[in-house]
Design a protein around this ligand. Sequence first.
Ligand code: FES
Length: 168
Amino acid sequence: TANKMPPQAGDILVHAQESKEGQPIRIADLGPQLVRAWPQGKDENGDPVIRKGDPNNILALYRFPKGQLVAPTNLDATIDGETVAYSDICTHAGCSVGDSDINAGEMKCPCHSGQYDPKRGCIVIGGPPPRPLAQLPIKLEGDNLVVTGFFLTYPYPYTNENEWESIK
Ligand code: FES
């Protein structure tokens, strides 16, 4: 059903934090601290639906000053080379990843201390995760952040094309 589908091209990103849940995310809401988001699409009647029926759909958004986002981040899939979206689900065992409590601008998983660098494509920089967090391609449309396609690699729990194709 629509609320469990993975992010789809054309979805807008809305706040996941409880106090603002469902509010469309604006560029000005974002910075070097993690902001969690859900993709919001439409159901079969054309009504808005937040895709939080699958907790693996939670996303991590950052906006860094120009020049700080570098490869292997796909800059073409960011907004102005500054704003980037990733799956927020750890590739190790599926916990929701947060900001590092030690190093600013890094991410840390609360479960087994996996660490990721969101400025460098969320590559793994520590701990047990086997793969980077998957980047989700986005663009700005009016004031909305809009999904432009599928994840650029496989988000947790998918590890290969067959698994991922089955949910598209
Ligand atoms: Fe994230 Fe294990 S689930 S490090």
